[in-house]
Design a protein around this ligand. Structure first.
Ligand code: ADP
Ligand code: MG
Length: 228
């Protein structure tokens, strides 16, 4: 379970303060497939990066399970991010000189033994996302949809308890976008991982999904908040 309490984030642009999140609270249940939606510039990525410990809030709290991020040291947070959270970005963030398998292994390549031990799992994950015949391909030799599926396999290799995806289909056409979501859904069903997806494309949302809509730095629609 992820708990966000009274979260604020204000960016400093020169001498100008840009308040983005204004005391936002929400809860995301363990194993939920969750969408964060809202207008461009509303703070969706900001919220996702704060949950992923890629940035720190101005005030407020985030709890992952019973761990309060603000109480953790830098090293502990780095470890949490590295070992437990899988990230998927709009622009795939693959290394252009590595093939698909090595891109999946990229987080471990500095430790050759660790990478070698994980190679069979990396291949299996690529097969699972339909890329069994693309193992040797470099990013430039794959479609955008295939590259994003490599990024999904990379995120999964660490067996994360949480996957955070920021506009994962933002650079893909409809067919490739649908394919990426098809794989995210089947992995979600199989692994039960909590998945939080930022998107402005509501086509991929299904009735059973959790939707958090951000407006003016607050959650606009949360039925759970209304109920409590
Ligand atoms: P979204 O993902 O919903 O489009 P973001 O979370 O990326 O929105 O950004 C929210 C607002 O914060 C935007 O107005 C953006 O310009 C501003 N912003 C984001 N990052 C920074 C930054 N590092 N410094 C200053 N302003 C930022
Ligand atoms: Mg964004």
């Amino acid at each position: 379970m992820i708990r966000v309490e009274n979260l604020t984030k204000t960016y400093q642009r020169g001498t100008v303060e840009v308040p983005v999140l204004r005391g936002l609270s929400c809860e995301i249940e363990q194993g939920a497939f969750t969408f964060i939606v809202g207008p461009s510039g509303s703070g969706k990525s900001t919220l996702l990066y704060l949950i992923g410990t890629l940035d720190e809030p101005t005030s407020g709290e985030i709890l992952l399970g019973d761990r309060r991020l603000s109480s953790m040291g830098t090293q502990e947070r780095d470890q949490l991010r590295r070992n437990e959270i899988g990230f998927i970005f709009q622009s795939f963030n693959l290394l252009s000189n590595l093939n698909a398998v090595d891109n999946v292994l990229a987080p471990y390549l500095a430790l050759p033994k660790d990478a070698a031990a994980r190679r069979p799992e990396a291949v299996k994950l690529l097969q699972q996302v339909g890329l069994g015949d693309r193992l040797d391909h470099r990013p430039a030799e794959m479609s955008g949809g295939e590259q994003q599926r490599v990024a999904i396999a990379r995120a999964l290799l660490k067996r994360p308890s949480l996957i955070l995806a920021d506009e994962p289909t933002g650079e893909l056409d409809t067919q490739n976008g649908a394919e990426v979501f098809r794989h995210l859904r089947s992995l979600h069903q199989e692994l039960g991982t909590t998945i939080v997806v930022v998107t402005h494309d509501q086509r991929y949302i299904q009735p059973e999904d959790r939707i958090l809509e951000i407006r003016d730095g607050l959650i606009f629609n949360d039925p759970q908040e209304v109920a409590s």
